[in-house]
Design a binder for this molecule. Sequence first.
Ligand code: FE2
Ligand code: FE2
Length: 158
Amino acid sequence: MTMTELAMKDACELLDADHIAVKHLFVEYARQAMAAPKEQGDRPVLAQRICQELTVHAQIEEEIFYPALRGAIGADDLLDEAVAEHQQAKDLIARIQGLQAADPTMDDLVSELARVIEHHVKEEREDLFTKARASSVDLVALGERLKARQEELMGQPA
Ligand SMILES: [Fe+2]
Ligand SMILES: [Fe+2]
């Protein structure tokens, strides 16, 4: 593998890097909730970051990644299920974003979101990414499109 190839993430690697980053945020949220349940601390800020990163991640998957796999990996049912799980996550995200910072239900909603995402990511990793890698889809080109769109969306003022 050349240096250029090493430096370049393909679509699955790029999306999985997001999965890991958001997992760290969930872990940090849970750690703070455990250490100081009565104090809000950074939890409202962490919750908003989790929601923002997941929103962008789901959007680039739905705009670019899933459509590229549709018809190409012989698993449209898996893609339909993934979109339904995104909707479940989006509903929770909307509820979290609608809370006041001091709302005591935030911890429960964030841990429910963490469970939904954990299950979803497991399926993407073990099923969708495996099928994508075995297909003829150009994952490097797809990775570049995902990255460009992600940067565009992240650059937008909230
Ligand atoms: Fe994902
Ligand atoms: Fe997803």
